[in-house]
Write a protein that binds this ligand. Structure first.
Ligand code: TYM
Length: 329
């Protein structure tokens, strides 16, 4: 079986973008692959978090992963900070990563603009921690949305550089980007990606939004004035609605377009509402049930970390040996 690794940050409200670009696809992979899915709390503290809130969100996210359909028996689901090998490998890889490479990361440049008051070194070396996450488990494939593609490229570069120096230590991972839903855009500014850090909540659908709020946000989504339902670059708002509908119905946006021949924007929006609400409502009620079961979640958290640690420390020990760290006497 090939191995899959992916991560998601426990920061802010998870959006429909996270669901369609990541979570939903993770569920489809669990039968065929050996999957590791990680709640990346160490990445989350690269921007300031309220401690109690962060702790709560880690539990929420584990519950959400299970609610979305991830089976804890089939997958390794855990919290990043519970396996310290992530931090240890990240340090070593920092010493095999050039500042020039990190300077090119577009997500760093964006975040640097948004958080000029907290431009910390963690934000800068964020992609190296991500490389450590992936490389610890010898992942072959990494299912992510389009926004993470550049981080996958640097991961591959770091791994290749290390392998060239020390032999075949790491598996070189490939990004695995879904055909539909890989880049869900803001409902208000469809040139920008849908993001949990958007100050305007009408731009995103939070996974926990109640049905009436979902419907209101979709009905208010920005379209254009020509009234034609087509998927093309000049029509970002309409194309985004077609992507959302398509991702939920297992179709490409172009195939989705055919379902709306001769219809108007009102009909398109109603169909999108129906598709989103019928996907999120059951997710929300399962989430509430799982979240209430503290015992189950604690067990999941402990067992997940233990399973992950087995593989992670094996890889770490090999890397430590390769770079010349000696055993404790
Ligand atoms: P994060 O937490 O920002 O997002 C989690 C996943 O959701 C995807 N995503 C989207 N997909 C489609 N449309 C959108 N609007 C949208 N917004 C977010 C992201 O592409 C991602 O797949 N650095 C990562 C977390 C991470 C990671 C890893 C991922 C840490 N280590 C190792 C893969 C492998 C991040 O911040 O994702």
């Amino acid at each position: 079986k090939q191995t899959i690794f992916s991560g998601i940050q426990p920061s802010g409200n998870l959006t429909l973008g996270n669901y369609l670009g990541a979570l939903k696809n993770w569920v489809d992979l669990q039968e065929e692959f050996n999957c590791y899915y990680c709640v990346v709390d160490m990445h989350a503290i690269t921007v300031r978090q309220e401690p109690a809130e962060l702790r709560k969100r880690c539990g929420d996210l584990l519950a959400l992963m299970v609610a979305a359909g991830l089976d804890p028996e089939k997958n390794t689901i855990y919290v990043q900070s519970h396996v310290s090998a992530h931090a240890e490998l990240a340090w070593i890889l920092n010493c095999y990563t050039y500042m020039g490479e990190l300077n090119r990361m577009t997500q760093f440049k964006d975040k640097a603009q948004r958080h000029p008051d907290n431009l910390n070194a963690g934000l800068y070396t964020y992609p190296v921690l991500m490389a450590a996450d992936i490389l610890l488990y010898h992942a072959n494939l990494v299912p992510v949305g389009v926004d993470q593609k550049q981080h996958l490229e640097i991961t591959r570069d770091i791994a290749l550089r290390f392998n060239n120096l020390y032999g075949d230590v790491f598996t070189i991972p490939e990004p695995y980007i879904p055909k539909a839903g890989a880049k869900i855009m803001s409902l208000q500014e469809p040139e920008k990606k849908m993001s949990k850090s958007d100050p305007n909540p009408n731009g995103y659908i939070a996974l926990m939004d109640p049905p009436d709020v979902i419907a209101r946000k979709i009905r208010r989504a920005v379209t254009d004035s020509d009234g034609e339902i087509r998927c093309c670059e000049e029509k970002p708002g309409v194309s985004n609605l077609l992507s959302i509908y398509g991702a939920l119905r297992g179709k490409s946006p172009e195939e989705a377009e055919k379902d709306f021949a001769g219809m108007n924007y009102g009909a398109l929006k109603e169909a999108v509402c129906e598709a989103v609400i019928s996907a999120l409502e059951p997710l929300q009620s399962r989430f509430q049930e799982i979240r209430a079961d503290k015992e189950f979640l604690n067990r999941l958290m402990g067992e997940g970390a233990e399973k992950a640690a087995k593989t992670a420390y094996k890889t770490l020990a090999k890397v430590q040996r390769k770079v010349g760290f000696g055993p404790k006497k």
